[in-house]
Design a protein around this ligand. Structure first.
Ligand SMILES: [Zn+2]
Ligand SMILES: [Zn+2]
Length: 255
């Protein structure tokens, strides 16, 4: 089972989750051409993408979805609220399918469980991906707080991708206008380093091997600040690799 973060941050988000050669694309926030370029660069061109799964309708998660769905000939899967918000954009994709916010589906040979996130979108969610061998990857980004359902999903995960969007002091002192600062720091905004660290403290266990810090703000955070906040919460759980994924970077791991 592999997780490849193809892009992360406000300029675009996309990840590929693969198990036994079958794959799901999670979000399509960069252009279709750039997504394919990065899939090639990451060496996972052999993985057969069977669907595009969406977390929510914000542009940094769906920019490439229409062209990708048409090029790959695969369905776009999202919650009713997400698909509704994208009605015009998705008018001519091959197929759309709904997933509930607390749902469990079989897709690309994996068991995928959705859970609600807390974000200013129609009906946002995060996902857990479980392989036939019982390996589990959980990704939660674009969430003002870690929801109880997300915490439940994170427990027992082998690989975690979690938002570490901002350092509250940097956000406070930074260049954003007050309304935007309030939005980002609010319960339906983006996750702070500290909130991500707290979630990891409770999700840590001996089977957790890798954590990716995602959606790192370029103005209100740095990869080093995010790492500093998260690394302490993982210290008690043995050898957990922590990787911060900055804009433009590709990162990944296999389990
Ligand atoms: Zn968003
Ligand atoms: Zn986003």
């Amino acid at each position: 089972m592999r997780l490849i973060i193809l892009a992360s941050g406000s300029s675009g988000n996309a990840a590929l989750i693969e198990s036994d050669g079958r794959a799901v694309l999670l979000d399509a926030g960069i252009s279709a051409r750039e997504t394919m370029r990065r899939i090639t660069a990451a060496g996972v061109l052999d993985a057969r993408v069977e669907a595009i799964l969406l977390t929510h309708e914000h542009a940094d998660h769906v920019r490439g979805v229409r062209v990708l769905a048409r090029t790959l000939g695969v369905p776009v899967i999202g919650t009713a609220g997400t698909l509704q918000a994208l009605t015009a954009m998705l008018a001519d994709v091959p197929e759309m399918a709904r997933i509930g916010r607390r749902d469990r589906i079989s897709l690309a040979g994996m068991r995928i469980t959705s859970f609600p996130t807390a974000h200013d979108a129609a009906e946002s969610c995060g996902y857990s991906f479980e392989s036939r061998r019982g390996h589990r990857i959980v990704i939660t980004t674009d969430t003002g707080v870690v929801t109880p359902e997300a915490l439940e999903a994170l427990a027992g995960a082998h690989v975690i991708g979690i938002e570490a969007n901002h350092d509250p002091r940097m956000l406070d002192a930074g260049p954003y206008p007050p309304f935007l600062k309030r939005r980002i720091a609010g319960d339906s905004g983006h996750l702070s380093n500290e909130a991500a660290a707290a979630a990891l403290r409770s999700a840590g266990w001996q089977g957790l091997s890798q954590v990716f810090a995602l959606h790192i703000s370029e103005k209100n955070n740095t990869p080093e600040t995010a790492r500093g906040a998260l690394v302490r919460s993982l210290a008690t759980h043995g050898a957990v690799a922590l990787e911060t994924v900055a804009r433009g970077e590709i990162a990944g791991c296999s389990i």
